[in-house]
Design a protein around this ligand. Structure first.
Ligand SMILES: NC(=O)c1ccc[n+]([C@@H]2O[C@H](COP(=O)([O-])OP(=O)(O)OC[C@H]3O[C@@H](n4cnc5c(N)ncnc54)[C@H](OP(=O)(O)O)[C@@H]3O)[C@@H](O)[C@H]2O)c1
Length: 186
């Protein structure tokens, strides 16, 4: 852009192309909610969205770890806020979405249903509690988070939902039958 202002025709065309590419990938002005942003893939997603210009809200169950991440993101100049939430709990999901709605003025562009867990056992050894824990954390939470986010996504005029799937939902991989079922359905 600076080169354009200097009136260099060639530089101006190059700069224009760069500008197009930058704006194509820009998330300036966008808001995003990423569940489970303190570790692994969720952490990387928070940083990528923030780097592209989005304002991000995230959560995890561990407030101390979340605070460390928020401090680090602030030092990097990213616009990221967050609060503790166990997304497998209905009341905590509802509370989270009320906070997100208040922080983002009722509008959300991107919901990333990232939280996922697993307990690796042979299929015959899974208990009813194992089944419930994995299904609730991976599948039920993402389903209800999407329902809760729907009015905010609609209000933004450009809403997207991303579900973190896995290759084990498509082909047989030895990572546990319940986990694979939760990923196949996404
Ligand atoms: N890693 C892989 O190779 C892989 C491959 C394919 C798909 N995936 C999918 O990608 C997603 C992320 O996987 P990952 O390996 O990056 O996971 P991870 O490293 O275990 O991180 C999970 C994140 O979610 C948070 N979390 C877990 N349970 C939560 C809950 N009930 N409520 C709120 N936050 C919760 C964790 O923080 P706290 O524990 O502090 O709450 C953490 O920030 C999952 O959906 C997974 O199935 C992963």
């Amino acid at each position: 852009m600076a080169q354009e202002e200097e009136g260099n025709g060639t530089a101006s065309r190059c700069s224009g192309r760069n500008g197009d590419s930058e704006s194509r990938w820009s998330l300036q002005g966008m808001t995003a909610l990423v569940t489970g942003g303190t570790k692994g893939i969720g952490h990387a997603i928070v940083e990528e969205l923030a780097r592209l210009g989005a304002t991000v809200y995230t959560c995890s169950r561990n407030q101390a770890e979340l605070n460390e991440c928020l401090k680090d993101w602030k030092s990097k100049g990213f616009r990221v806020a967050g609060s503790a939430c166990d997304v497998s709990s209905e009341s905590e999901r509802e509370k989270l979405m009320l906070i997100v709605s208040s922080v983002f003025d009722g509008k959300l562009n991107i919901l990333i249903n990232n939280v996922g867990t697993n307990t690796l056992k042979p299929t015959l050894d899974y208990t009813a509690e194992d089944f419930s824990f994995i299904m609730t954390t991976n599948f039920e939470s993402a389903y209800h988070m999407s329902q809760l986010a729907h009015p905010l996504l609609k209000a933004s005029g450009a809403g997207s939902i991303v579900f973190l799937s896995s290759v084990c939902g498509v082909v047989s991989v030895n990572v546990g039958s319940i986990y694979s079922a939760t990923k196949a359905t996404e």
